[in-house]
Ligand binder design. Structure first.
Ligand SMILES: Cc1cc2nc3c(=O)[nH]c(=O)nc-3n(C[C@H](O)[C@H](O)[C@H](O)COP(=O)(O)O)c2cc1C
Length: 334
């Protein structure tokens, strides 16, 4: 399949693996890139620019296909060493960067000077337009269904994607709720030129995370995610568990007076406990409503091959078939 996204990034299939904290290691990114998609190492997960340099080198040993790095700009009292991470990306020869969390304007001159293609992830049409203005090459449009931070507008992809299509000139991918060939075809129909998946890629044999996490995704339904940190205007969609329900109870009791310190036990330092140690009640970890569409744990290659085969058959047979029937019906009534 050829779209502006496959052309832009030099990939075979228009499928991107979004940056994921504690999941986006070299194993994950390389598996996606080797299967013809675009894999991304999660920059901040590596902890330091030096470790990111090593992770990029490790990934390069696992694949000769294009892969990129996600750099998430977090609201933070003590910000990570962003100039250092940027340096590691540029010196590591990375040619694709996914930015997220905040407008990447400040870093665009350095990224462009290094010949890096930038895809910015955002949750609204106005942020997408702003990203286009500052010179990003593509955007990843993240609907309300998404795992992670859906923003505060709560617009689901059935509205957000066509709205993005109405306004944007640069290509965009659909993100949030994407799982299979049906998702890809629907995304293409709504104006996107590919799709970005997070949660679905965690339930694969290649994802370097604890088996309990993968099993939890297969067991979960579309009703099992919760929105946390809404009162702090830092909303995150997570999979429910005992820690998450405890946090929500605090949000209900403390109301508008709640501070980050009140919920720190359920959100700070939780990712290694979940993804490395499999402690599934530790607290909030990002997970999309798409969990309801996850029924197995294939290899990344099998997943991507299946998605592409399903998408092609949907377009060539199911959708084309509807046109054939209509054409046939018109002939009969003529
Ligand atoms: C466990 C997990 C961790 C994530 N961490 C990040 C992150 O560090 N930076 C980021 O930009 N997006 C992050 N995301 C969001 C994904 O890149 C992607 O946009 C999102 O998962 C898409 O929605 P989906 O889960 O419905 O596919 C994370 C998502 C998950 C599920």
């Amino acid at each position: 399949m050829k779209t502006r996204i496959t052309e832009l990034f030099g990939i075979e299939h228009p499928i991107i693996q979004g940056g994921m904290h504690y999941v986006g290691f070299a194993e994950m990114a390389a598996a996606v890139s080797n299967a013809g998609g675009l894999g991304l190492i999660t920059g901040l997960t590596q902890g330091t620019p030096e470790n990111l340099t090593k992770e990029i080198a490790r990934c390069r040993e696992m694949t000769d296909k294009p892969f990129g790095v996600n750099l998430t700009f977090l609201p933070s009292v003590n910000p990570p060493d962003y100039p250092g991470f940027m340096d590691a990306i540029i010196k590591g020869g990375i040619k694709i960067v996914e930015t997220a969390g905040n407008n990447p304007q400040k870093y665009m001159p350095a990224l462009k000077a290094a010949g890096i293609k930038v895809i910015h992830k955002c949750t609204s049409v106005r942020h997408s337009l702003k990203a286009e203005t500052v010179g990003v090459d593509a955007v990843s449009v993240d609907g309300f269904e998404c795992g992670g931070h859906p923003g505060e507008d709560d617009v689901p992809n059935f509205i957000l994607l066509p709205r993005a299509g109405e306004e944007l000139t640069i290509p965009f991918v659909a993100s949030g709720g994407m799982a299979d060939g049906r998702s890809l075809v629907a995304a293409l129909a709504m104006g996107a030129e590919g799709m970005n998946m997070g949660t679905r890629f965690i339930a694969t044999q290649d994802a370097p995370v604890h088996q309990h996490v993968k099993d939890a995704l297969v067991a979960a339904s579309e009703l099992d995610t919760r929105l946390i940190m809404r009162p702090l205007r830092n909303t995150e969609r997570v999979l429910t568990n005992a820690g998450v329900e405890r946090l929500l109870e605090k949000e209900r009791t403390l109301g508008a007076a709640i501070t980050f310190a009140d919920i720190a036990p359920e959100v700070a330092g939780v990712y290694p406990l979940i993804f490395r140690d499999g402690q599934m009640d530790a607290g909030g970890w990002s997970c999309g409503m798409v969990a309801g569409l996850i029924h197995d744990i294939p290899t990344v290659k099998d997943l991507i091959d299946r998605i592409m085969a399903e998408a092609e058959s949907l377009i060539a047979e199911r959708l084309a078939g509807f046109l054939g029937q209509r054409a046939g019906a018109r002939l009969e009534t003529a």
